[in-house]
Design a binder for this molecule. Structure first.
Ligand code: SF4
Length: 728
């Protein structure tokens, strides 16, 4: 991997002399106020424009502004009218398209494919302000508005749909979104490096077709890729065989791996499974090869993943001149996603947990990118001094996971060639540095700042990792739990846990004991909120029954409940669609088969087991228990799961919907036969009500941007490997 150049080492474009805009313009009037005759780049987004580093369009917009480009924002344009896409005029360089911080289908539909009634990324929480498959629709409208202006796709929706992919909402395998959108190029993952390089090169007059040497890019090639001795080794892995192919290129040549074609993975679930395994194995920026996938007559080239940002660059990205507020055009309307994060600070990106149902690793990568302590403390002060409504409580210092800040592989050379899917599963890797001393120091310094009354950690915690650092646990439990702490054991049974790549229940039990001990020592009454997933691939009815019995034994009454949602590109989605396990070797005749609850009734049953205490679910549970030969669990005793039917019984309230494919629980005294829903987390408790914008198996993400504590070369990620330069 090449030595990365700083994001800010490029010679700025001429408009740097204009200085930063108070807000990036959203209308011609805003542009007139700034004295601009045109935008160089227009970002089209499915979210409201909030000028804050947790929102993708703000990060990319401010970053390009810092490079000297004039950037405008078309936020939630009316997609039924091409005129909306002409509102800022014709951009001099390109349209940049993002569906928003979430995949638009996850945003608009529940796990049962029902339309949602609200949208956290829209003023007033109003639903219906973005189209289905927003990346495709926006790209096509931009093309209609100005036929010859390049269209660049980015954001999580495009990122996770970059290959042929299973789409849960249509129950089909779809082509890469690049082809359906007819965009010129797709930038995936944390795309700061690629978008900065692309913009400068386009400004110098290069063609988009010449960008095949960018990392983190997807292009449709004009000619099929051929094996070219002396230059390019095309490693053909397009056919599922009885043995795994040895994917090694000729020395000195750029290696490209050919995946099974779109038509093959659409027709054959085993080919889909195989392609899924291959592409996840090629995800380490230190050793990943470029991938190519045929769609009809065209080859789609996916270049290796982006090199993570250095801590210095990540700091600068987070400290660009954001207003930390929604654009004034919204007139102060409440934007729920903004309300959730306005007093929180992101300290880290990426996740090495590798949970198979989660989209974060596929988007942000496995290498942790951390901000510096100084930069984080400056942001805490900025929130304190400038964000309206701040009362002295920082609602989170977190990221995809709360406790991975500045953790990494002990040896950069090992990390550069590692192809493990997780640093934590099946056990915490012995090469992983688990020292949480720096994080404890950060917490102490942050809460010692004047005007800071409390720092709550509300991002999810990797409890298996936390067990390695009792000192961290003590600090967290003593000072940073606002009454409730979110933990994600996800299940109790070994079958589903293995396929989720989550630790066994024993780790949760040990964590719970430690949490309770430190809480007691601190003289605090506080609770764990464990999250569970219903109907994850590989989960049987018996698994769910065992989970329900465990919940009852431990007095957990789940509050908010939802079932597994197969989001694009995750390994668990491949299990759901193809009925096999891509985490294990995939070869003809040797595929580990995985059964999944797919029918509506069985998915509802799995969900009902999570809310065994809800009378609404008792008829379904009784029926299932009878079918499973467990009538002994129906009755009035403590040993029973549900009471017997009573004539004239009135149903209780419906369970709350929507906590991101998981179920949150609160622990409480047993109330057998109670029809009351579980008590919700207290406001400000760090519970489900305060869940970050990420949801639905984390199929949303922080902005399409990246960074890491050390530069790639200092991490030893440099291998001299370059993506192949494609014919332009
Ligand atoms: S060797 Fe272990 S710690 Fe290092 S990257 Fe691989 S799994 Fe993670």
């Amino acid at each position: 991997m090449e030595s990365p150049r700083s994001l800010f080492a490029h010679r700025p474009h001429w408009a740097i002399r204009l200085g930063p805009a108070p807000f990036l313009p959203m209308s011609r009037r805003d542009m007139d106020d700034l004295g601009w005759d045109a935008c160089d780049v227009i970002l089209v987004t499915g979210d409201a424009y909030v000028d804050h580093p947790s929102f993708g369009m703000a990060v990319i917009g401010r970053l390009l502004e810092a490079q000297g480009f004039r950037v405008g924002i078309l936020s939630q344009p009316d997609w039924t009218s091409v005129e909306s896409f002409r509102a800022l005029g014709r951009p001099t360089l390109y349209f940049g398209i993002t569906a928003g911080n979430m995949d638009s289908m996850v945003n608009r539909y529940t796990a049962d494919r029902k339309i949602r009634r609200d949208d956290a990324y829209t003023p007033g929480g109003e639903a219906g302000r973005r189209p289905d498959r927003a990346a495709i629709v926006y790209a096509q409208r931009c093309r209609e508005a100005y036929r010859d202006v390049p269209v660049v796709l980015g954001g999580i929706e495009a990122s996770l749909r970059r290959f042929a992919h299973y789409d849960y909402w249509s129950d089909t395998v779809r082509r890469s979104v690049l082809l359906d959108s007819k965009a010129d190029i797709l930038l995936y993952g944390n795309a700061e490096r690629a978008v900065v390089a692309l913009t400068h090169r386009l400004a110098r007059g290069e063609s988009v077709r010449a960008m095949g040497d960018l990392r983190g890019a997807v292009l449709a090639l004009s000619e099929p890729l051929e094996d070219t001795p002396g230059r390019l080794s095309l490693l053909d892995a397009s056919q599922l065989a009885t043995t795994a192919p040895v994917l090694r290129g000729r020395p000195g040549e750029t290696a490209v791996v050919r995946l099974p074609a779109f038509e093959a993975v659409r027709a054959d679930p085993d080919q889909y499974l195989y392609a899924s395994r291959l592409l996840h194995q090629e995800s380490n920026p230190g050793c990943a090869r470029a991938l190519v996938q045929r769609h009809g007559e065209r080859d789609l080239m996916v270049t290796p993943p982006p090199v993570p940002l250095s801590t210095a660059d990540l700091d600068r990205v987070f400290e660009l001149p954001y207003q930390r507020a929604p654009h004034p055009a919204y007139g102060g309307a409440r934007i729920p996603a903004w309300e959730m994060i306005r007093h929180s600070v992101t300290i880290v990106r990426g996740c090495f947990g590798g949970c198979s149902f989660c989209a974060i690793t596929g988007h942000e990568g496995k290498i942790i990118q951390s901000r510096s302590e100084e930069s984080i403390l400056r942001e805490v002060e900025a929130v304190r001094d400038h964000v309206e409504g701040f009362t002295g409580v920082i609602s989170d210092l977190g990221g995809p996971s709360a406790n991975m800040w500045h953790l990494s592989c002990r040896d950069p050379a090992i990390q550069a060639v590692c192809r493990r899917w997780s640093c934590l599963h099946p056990d915490v890797c012995r090469n992983l540095v688990t020292d949480q001393g720096p994080l404890v120091n950060l917490y102490r310094k942050a809460r010692a700042l004047p005007g800071i009354r409390k720092i709550v950690i509300s991002s999810g915690l990797r409890h298996d990792l936390a067990l390695h650092s009792p000192a961290y646990m003590r600090e967290l439990v003593t000072h940073h739990v606002g009454g409730y702490l979110k933990i994600a054991p996800e299940h109790t049974e070994p079958g589903p846990l293995r396929l989720m790549m989550k630790p066994g229940l024993a780790a949760f039990e040990r964590f719970k004991a430690m949490f309770e001990r430190f809480s007691k020592e601190a003289g605090k009454e506080q609770y764990l909120i464990p999250y569970f997933i219903a109907a994850h691939p590989g989960t049987t009815d018996q698994d769910m029954l065992n989970l329900a019995l465990w919940l009852k034994r431990n007095n957990f009454r789940l509050d908010q409940v939802q079932t597994f949602l197969p989001t694009p590109m995750t390994p668990a989605t491949a299990m759901y669609h193809a009925g096999g396990n891509p985490l294990a070797p995939v070869a003809l005749g040797a595929i580990e088969r995985v059964a999944t609850a797919k029918g509506l009734r069985q998915r509802r049953l799995h969900k009902a087991f999570l809310r065994w205490h809800d009378p609404e679910n008792w008829p379904l549970l009784r029926e299932a228990l009878r079918a499973m030969g467990r009538v002994d669990l129906i009755g009035p005793g403590r040993q029973n799961l549900v009471p017997a039917a009573r004539p004239g019984f009135s149903r209780g309230p419906r369970p709350a919907e929507g906590t991101g494919g998981k179920a949150a629980a609160v622990s409480r005294a047993p109330e057998r036969g109670s029809a009351s829903p579980a008590r919700p987390p207290r406001p400000g408790s760090g519970g489900a009500a305060r869940k970050k914008p990420e949801s639905a198996n984390a199929a949303s993400a922080r902005p399409p941007s990246s960074g890491r504590k050390a530069a790639g070369d200092r991490k030893g990620l440099s291998s001299g490997r370059r993506p192949p330069r494609l014919p332009s």
